[in-house]
Design a binder for this molecule. Structure first.
Ligand code: BGC
Ligand code: ZN
Length: 375
């Protein structure tokens, strides 16, 4: 901070540029707001797409958008009626903010993850500045308390909410049939079932961890031949890593048997629709990726349709996280840290200063999860 101005990473779509911008430090302007000092900000595929100018919109009237939606921060000031937090607390903000329309039932009920109008905003993504800067201010209702023992991994809360929201959706959808294992709560709701995670990036690995703590037998299907750092991490947590380069889909299908759940975390239509063929009876396929537009590809539509009908299958898309998903992520991160302390830490492969943004935001960043540290 210099003369009340802070550094931020800004995307300027009209100039097709990504650069350090200078912004006035934000101040609390209502009694329910909280001011936060940014500790760390994670970088994900969405950020890289925004930097390719395929996604993302600056706030109205601004030339640039401040990037960053995966943040961990420390409370430095609380508004006069922001009673939930105190100075020094660690917090993770949610991403989406409700649309202004009174007719939008989801947004009116704090379920902007299901906004009806499309006029929601998202911090660091759509029409609201993000957290890749030194301080930010937010309404306390958009903040989630993180216990101090999770400080070193708290930046993983937001990417973990993808899996948490996905799993919440799965349990709700599958309630339409007797699916969940009720036998032994100790073993998890997914005990006796098989899940396949597609992709071994941070969303995939965090998804695999979530599935494992829910009791699923978990496979991760990803391109790179093993061993590699991702396959080693996957095997260390007790999932099975299978490379699509050395094990083609047919062979993999014979290996896994009946697949109850596929968790897509690869963001590519071609391989995802191929893998729908693995889905077994009463299976559910969860899409989380947001691919950029590409030319049409052939898919075996009749096979897919036949399976959807004859096998009672569901394909479902999920985006953005509600408060229960954030709370679930914070709880599960604590469980992961106890169960796999080294693997969880190994997921964050690099911590860099703000000024390193260029290399980190290229199409394929280094390592598994890169994090910008502002301390
Ligand atoms: C974020 C979500 C957001 C989505 C679409 C993801 O990277 O985690 O919160 O809704 O992008 O913009
Ligand atoms: Zn993200």
């Amino acid at each position: 901070m210099k003369n009340g101005k802070m550094r931020a990473v800004g995307v300027v779509p009209q100039k097709r540029a990504v650069r350090i911008v200078s912004q006035p430090a934000p101040e609390i302007s209502s009694p329910t707001q909280v001011k936060i000092r940014t500790i760390e900000v994670g970088i994900c595929g969405t950020d890289r797409e925004i930097c390719n100018f395929e996604y993302g919109t600056p706030p109205a009237g601004s030339e640039f958008l401040v990037l960053g939606h995966e943040a961990l921060g420390e409370v430095v000031q609380v508004g006069s009626s922001a009673s939930q937090f105190k100075v020094g607390d660690l917090v993770v903000p949610s991403v989406r903010r409700p649309c202004p329309h009174h007719s939008c039932l989801p947004c009116q009920s704090e379920r902007q993850d299901f906004c009806f109008t499309g006029d929601f905003t998202e911090r660091g993504i759509k029409m609201t500045h993000g957290f890749m800067t030194e301080y930010f201010v937010d309404e306390e209702k958009h903040l989630n308390f993180v216990p101090p023992e999770l400080r070193d991994v708290g930046v993983l809360v937001e990417p973990l909410t993808v899996a948490e929201k996905g799993m919440n959706q799965v349990w709700q959808v599958q309630q339409r049939l007797p699916w969940e294992s009720g036998a032994d709560p100790e073993k998890g709701r997914g005990y006796g079932k098989t899940a396949v995670v597609l992709g071994a990036g941070p969303v995939g690995i965090l998804g695999a961890m979530t599935l494992l703590v829910n009791g699923f037998t978990t496979f991760v299907y990803s391109r790179s031949p093993a061993p590699n750092p991702k396959s080693e991490l996957v095997e260390a947590i007790g999932a099975k890593y299978v490379s699509s380069q050395t094990t083609p889909l047919k062979k993999f299908a014979a290996q896994v048997g009946n697949v109850d759940l596929v968790y897509e975390a690869v963001g590519v239509g071609q391989i995802s629709f191929e893998v729908t063929k693995l889905l077994g009876l009463n299976g559910i396929f969860v899409f989380t990726g947001i691919p950029p537009e590409k030319p049409a590809i052939p898919i075996e539509a009749d096979c897919l349709m036949r399976d959807l009908v004859l096998k009672n299958q569901i394909l479902i898309g999920t985006v953005n996280a509600d408060r229960p998903a954030f709370e679930g992520a914070i709880r599960d991160l604590g469980i992961f840290k106890k169960r796999w302390p080294e693997a969880l830490r190994a997921l964050i492969t690099g911590r860099y200063p703000l000024e390193s943004f260029q290399d980190l935001l290229l199409e394929k960043g280094p390592g598994i999860k890169s994090v910008i540290t502002l301390e």
